[in-house]
Write a protein that binds this ligand. Sequence first.
Ligand SMILES: Cc1cc2nc3c(=O)[nH]c(=O)nc-3n(C[C@H](O)[C@H](O)[C@H](O)COP(=O)(O)OP(=O)(O)OC[C@H]3O[C@@H](n4cnc5c(N)ncnc54)[C@H](O)[C@@H]3O)c2cc1C
Length: 394
Amino acid sequence: MSPLPAFDASDPLGIDDLLGDEDRAVRDTVRSWAADRVLPHIAEWYENGELPGIRELARELGSLGALGMPLTGYGCAGASAVQYGLACLELEAADSGIRSLVSVQGSLAMYAIHRFGSEEQRQRWLPAMAAGEVIGCFGLTEPDHGSDPAGMRTRARRDGGDWVLTGRKMWITNGSVAGVAVVWARTDEGVRGFVVPTDAPGFSAPEIKHKWSLRASVTSELVLDEVRLPADAVLPEVSGLRGPLSCLNHARYGIVWGAMGAARSCFESALGYAKEREQFGRPVAGFQLTQAKLADMAVELHKGILLAHHLGRRMDAGRLRPEQVSFGKLNNVREAMEICRTARTVLGANGISLEYPVMRHATNLESVLTYEGTVEMHQLVLGKALTGLDAFRG
Ligand SMILES: Cc1cc2nc3c(=O)[nH]c(=O)nc-3n(C[C@H](O)[C@H](O)[C@H](O)COP(=O)(O)OP(=O)(O)OC[C@H]3O[C@@H](n4cnc5c(N)ncnc54)[C@H](O)[C@@H]3O)c2cc1C
């Protein structure tokens, strides 16, 4: 019998054994890009509430193949769902804002055009978006309609052969830097998606400031003031909320992985700090209470990564149900927040400093808990699946 492999504190369950060489190559490439291009600057970007050089970052992510990664054709990488997940984890280990840029570009804007667009729309937008030359955004949420988008007020009316869009979208990632917006609007035929070039007259995207979460991410309002679009601006292959909801399902799959990246960064920070920091004549890692925290954090971190792998394999096999994605998002974001909070205590006062990544991740995860379906929405999705009773309306 061959000897047991040594215990690896960075991979206590041996999850690495589940990966193939290509998976490891994707993971390592994205990790080293983030270490080089994001980690040295992220605290400053976060403190200043900006993501300078976002266009350059997008082009670099494009050349890594990270934009629209699991999509096929049109310059997309055609990677597996597991590889896409590994990339999300590594990006979010740097910052949730960077992972959000990639999720919105690939899983929301590009996915919508790829899945529901015409061949002309795909040819026009996807290669440039995969290369990061054009940034996309996805406008579903409105000031008065978040969890329940069925009530949306943004309207598209026919005028001769054209469509005319009027309304407002709120909390839209990448909005002010986007060259194209996928906007969902009410029409006489139900909710439809529109591909809106952001230089169309009547379109504007003022940036939302004063956020205390996802500060290194562009978040905007979209204002559509009688935006006139040609007949072929509508996404032809879908009508109804099924369109945006299936895009969101795809994006929240990436969050299942991403949240564990933020958690890993906090765990590593806490473990390293606890081994260095001495109180009462010994490293704080030597106290039982600290070890209990580290053990519990490691258990939830690696359970969450294992869950992400499981869902990724199901997605690759075409067997992943939306309720299973809700299961993953609900668990992994909630547990990531708990890990960050516990890591914060291990670092003592230093835990609140931007010198360490912990508080930044913890505040970012407040947004991640809310967007792509709030924690309550995912509880209701699972509640309905478990009981057969719909509790969304009471
Ligand atoms: C940083 C950031 C980026 C975002 N990016 C985008 C983007 O790119 N595109 C986009 O379209 N949107 C985006 N969003 C919006 C996000 O998807 C919404 O915030 C989210 O859907 C929740 O909507 P809401 O904020 O209006 O909260 P509400 O829907 O008003 O909910 C408020 C509270 O009530 C609870 N609640 C609502 N209904 C029920 C119910 N039936 N039962 C129990 N509880 C309920 C919610 O869970 C929540 O706790 C972003 C948000 C943030 C913070």
